[in-house]
Design a protein around this ligand. Structure first.
Ligand SMILES: *[C@@H]1O[C@H](CO)[C@@H](O)[C@H](O)[C@H]1NC(C)=O
Ligand SMILES: *[C@@H]1O[C@H](CO)[C@@H](O)[C@H](O)[C@H]1NC(C)=O
Ligand SMILES: *[C@@H]1O[C@H](CO)[C@@H](O)[C@H](O)[C@H]1NC(C)=O
Ligand SMILES: *[C@@H]1O[C@H](CO)[C@@H](O)[C@H](O)[C@H]1NC(C)=O
Ligand SMILES: *[C@@H]1O[C@H](CO)[C@@H](O)[C@H](O)[C@H]1NC(C)=O
Ligand SMILES: *[C@@H]1O[C@H](CO)[C@@H](O)[C@H](O)[C@H]1NC(C)=O
Ligand SMILES: *[C@@H]1O[C@H](CO)[C@@H](O)[C@H](O)[C@H]1NC(C)=O
Ligand SMILES: *[C@@H]1O[C@H](CO)[C@@H](O)[C@H](O)[C@H]1NC(C)=O
Ligand SMILES: *[C@@H]1O[C@H](CO)[C@@H](O)[C@H](O)[C@H]1NC(C)=O
Length: 349
């Protein structure tokens, strides 16, 4: 074809009438179409390809710039090395791209800690600003790292949690690529249970059949987004098999035990059963075994007005008859102080 048109053009100069501009352009393209094709390909390679090559970097930058806000964390069915996690978070991004993320595994750790406490499966999602990411799964705990995390939550106003994974993503017709997700989010902690109080307490001289001589209401403010449920959603199929040996231990129930002391002298223990703590103000029924003899001696000697300063330290957290080492560790790390008016508590008995 090029031969034919080339020949035609060779003839043109010898003719008297000059071809129109349009015809010349047409003829030029007919003759040199291959040169234009090559030029087009070169332009594509020079301009588009670097853009394509930069696509993974742009995607990585967008991932780095994105934010994550944890809205709720719920822990249910705890065992010594696992629990059910229901965690909701919201993605923040101002990118013009909204790639599809494939499901990926992310490790969760206390920021700065070498050891992650668990691996969570992040479900597939479209990365829009405001995308809600819900993780609702049983998680296995690795080592005692969750004890350190729980302790940090107990003691601090704010805790940094790091999530790390290598998700794959796809933007439109562009190829699937891998990025690094390394995000540290700040969540509110329990701040040493500041605002803890014991109210409405009654003390009896004669303990009940279980040895309890005191009861009352414990209030615990929870400024975090954390819910801890130590009550089964359904009873275990064979309660007799999961029941621990203690005479009053209750299978299928959560039981926090606290040690009570006054000026370093152990005076008894307090118990919170069926422990469920939600964000906001929480109230629990408390029972306690207090050695009235010792406390009355203290009132006679030192606290003559009857107001006794108790130190409360965590001793254990037991669920379904098994100790939860991570909650026990967090409880033990914190000492609460409360002044109780023992003479007032004894009134009306
Ligand atoms: C994004 O984060 C990754 C992983 O932390 C890091 O290697 C990379 O340098 C970061 N990129 C930018 C542009 O900050
Ligand atoms: C998980 O938590 C979210 C937010 O609190 C709640 O809407 C949802 O019902 C929970 N899912 C389950 C299975 O409890
Ligand atoms: C996440 O980890 C689990 C358990 O190790 C594994 O079975 C699963 O395939 C992993 N998922 C992805 C998307 O890598
Ligand atoms: C994640 O980022 C933090 C801070 O930028 C860095 O110290 C840490 O090493 C990173 N983690 C990994 C696994 O790259
Ligand atoms: C605890 O409650 C009692 C009775 O309501 C109140 O008098 C006391 O001030 C409270 N203590 C704290 C530390 O809030
Ligand atoms: C607390 O103890 C008092 C006195 O023994 C008793 O009258 C009251 O019913 C008890 N309250 C609870 C909630 O058990
Ligand atoms: C709670 O646990 C403690 C320690 O194991 C035990 O002494 C107490 O009796 C238990 N209370 C109940 C009501 O199960
Ligand atoms: C109370 O403490 C005294 C002195 O330590 C001790 O002798 C007594 O046995 C204790 N009573 C009970 C019920 O534990
Ligand atoms: C914790 O409770 C157990 C059982 O009641 C008791 O033997 C132990 O001494 C307590 N621990 C402390 C540190 O008081």
């Amino acid at each position: 074809m090029s031969d034919k048109y080339g020949a035609t053009e060779m003839v043109i100069p010898s003719t008297t009438s000059k071809p129109s501009f349009g015809t010349r352009v047409k003829n030029h393209f007919r003759r040199f179409w291959w040169a234009h094709l090559i030029a087009f390909i070169v332009i594509v390679l020079v301009i588009v390809l670097p853009g394509l090559c930069r696509y993974p970097n742009i995607a990585q930058d967008d991932v780095n710039d994105s934010t994550l806000e944890v809205k709720s964390i719920s822990i249910t069915d705890p065992t010594p090395d696992s629990f059910h996690l229901n965690q909701t978070q919201v993605l923040g991004t101002d990118s013009m791209f909204h790639p599809h993320f494939y499901e990926f595994n992310a490790t969760a750790r206390l920021s700065g800690s070498k050891k992650p406490f668990t691996v969570v499966q992040i479900p597939p999602m479209k990365a829009n600003d405001g995308t809600v990411i819900n993780v609702d799964q049983d998680v296995d705990l690795e080592g005692d790292a969750f004890g350190d995390f729980s302790t940090a939550i107990m003691l601090n106003k704010e805790v940094d949690m790091n999530l790390f994974g290598r998700p794959r993503l796809k933007q439109g017709a562009l190829p699937k690529i891998g990025v690094v997700y390394n995000k540290t989010v700040t969540i509110k902690g329990l701040n040493k249970l500041e605002g803890f109080n014991v109210t409405n307490y009654h003390i009896t001289v004669d303990p009940d059949p279980f040895g309890n001589s005191m009861n009352g209401t414990v209030s615990i403010p929870n400024p975090s987004v954390l819910t801890i449920t130590m009550v089964s959603r359904s009873p275990p199929p064979f309660p007799c098999l999961t029941q621990s040996s203690g005479p009053q231990s209750n299978a299928n129930k959560g039981n926090l035990t606290m040690d009570l002391s006054v000026d370093g002298t152990h005076v008894g223990q307090a118990f919170l059963n069926d422990f469920v703590m939600r964000p906001g103000e929480n109230k629990f029924d408390m029972t306690a075994k207090v050695n009235n003899t010792v406390v009355m001696d203290m009132i006679g000697d030192k606290y003559t007005k009857g107001i006794v300063p108790f130190d409360i330290t965590g001793n254990s957290s037991i669920y379904n008859g098994k100790e939860l080492p991570y909650f026990s560790k967090a409880l033990k790390a914190n000492t609460l102080k409360v002044e109780l008016n023992i003479l007032e508590g004894l009134k009306g008995v």
